[in-house]
Ligand binder design. Structure first.
Ligand code: SF4
Length: 343
């Protein structure tokens, strides 16, 4: 790492600059590598709505639990969804009371279970951003190819540009974005160009290593005030992205309004199964409610960069990784989880 850059970042004494990352893996890496300690106090790194589990609304968790309690039905999910609190407990609590919940590492594992137990309906809790949606498209492809009739998706799929637009329009306190690396692999870096131009803000596509993140932060400071996109992760991110994956997603999914925790409904920020495939959907279009579960939990403000995790009165006291009060403390990509474990 260039020592000049390190010194610049440590001794920076210009106007306070607020840089938002909108990628859960960036949030986790920034905490793991201790980058904040290498920066001048005038460089503020804030976490945005980049953790898919964290932005998923309570109504969705409640729907997953209701499905898991149905007869001859199993709710299938990634592990971090199991601990997110719903209105009356988590999926793990429901499982302890007899609901049928299965954790998998890949949505494609569901195919095997569905074939082994044709009497059971498997509903996959399909949560994720642009990075994960191609895997659900692949699952749909296999469901159709293998003529499987006992798998459905309950989708909470979201796309990045509309929520970044929402943050810029409603917050106005961000000076630049670390554009999400994994999402950019699929979408391409050019997807951020309209936002950069509209809000006169720089976007830097960054890798995940400490040095890559520091270089990207340095670039964002130098580009302050410029509506431009810079790709500092060219080994895997191109301008146009993975066009094959994009085509596969477009075949099965179509954009629609979606509700984000703390932000409400944002136009065209979700992805839903197309009309032709609605018989494989488990009721995703009904999940628009965003009720607040715990009034003291300030996940909504954390997710939108209004406050830091430490400013929540429950942080590290009533809310810990063992006893999470909100989604941001559950996921390993959540801001509160990472702020607490990095202390
Ligand atoms: Fe919510 Fe816990 Fe984070 Fe506070 S510390 S915002 S209660 S997840």
């Amino acid at each position: 790492m260039d020592s000049e850059i390190l010194r610049f970042l440590k001794e920076y004494d210009g106007d306070v600059i607020r840089i938002m990352e909108v990628c859960g893996t960036h949030t986790a890496e920034i905490s793991r590598t201790g980058i904040r300690k290498m920066l001048s106090p005038k460089i503020k790194l804030i976490s945005g709505p980049g953790c898919p589990v964290c932005v998923t609304v309570t109504a969705y968790i409640d729907a997953c639990i209701e499905i898991a309690k149905r007869e001859n039905t199993t709710l299938v999910s990634f592990g971090d969804m199991l601990r997110v609190p719903g209105s009356h407990g988590s999926l793990r609590d429901a499982q302890a009371e007899g609901a049928s919940v299965k954790m998998v590492y890949s949505p494609l594992d569901t195919l095997k279970y569905a074939k082994e137990h044709p009497e059971t309906m498997y509903v996959f809790a399909a949560v994720g951003f642009e990075t994960t949606t191609p895997v659900y498209a692949l699952l749909m492809e296999q469901i159709l190819a293998q003529q499987i009739t006992n798998i459905k998706l309950l989708t909470s799929l979201k796309v990045m540009p509309p929520v970044i637009d929402w943050v810029c329009a409603n917050q106005g306190n961000v000076d630049g974005f670390l554009a999400p690396g994994h999402v950019s692999v699929i979408t391409g870096s050019r997807i951020f160009a309209p936002l950069a131009e509209k809000f006169h803000l720089p976007f830097v596509v960054s890798g995940f290593e400490g040095e890559e993140l520091l270089s990207s932060i340095y670039a964002l400071i130098k580009l302050r005030g410029q509506g431009t996109v810079m790709n500092l992760y060219p080994s895997v991110v191109s301008e146009e992205g993975n066009t094959l994956a994009q085509a596969q997603v477009e075949k099965y999914f179509t954009p629609g309004d979606a509700t984000w925790r703390g932000m409400g409904s944002i136009p065209d920020s979700g992805m839903y199964l197309r009309e032709t495939y609605q018989k494989y959907d488990a009721g995703s279009l009904n999940l628009i409610e965003d009720h607040v579960l715990n009034r003291a939990c300030r996940c909504a403000e954390v997710l939108t960069g209004k406050i830091t995790s430490e400013e929540c009165p429950l942080f590290g006291t009533a809310c810990t990784t063992e006893h999470p009060q909100g989604a941001c403390m559950v996921s390993m990509e959540g801001a509160c989880f990472n702020h607490l474990t990095a202390r």
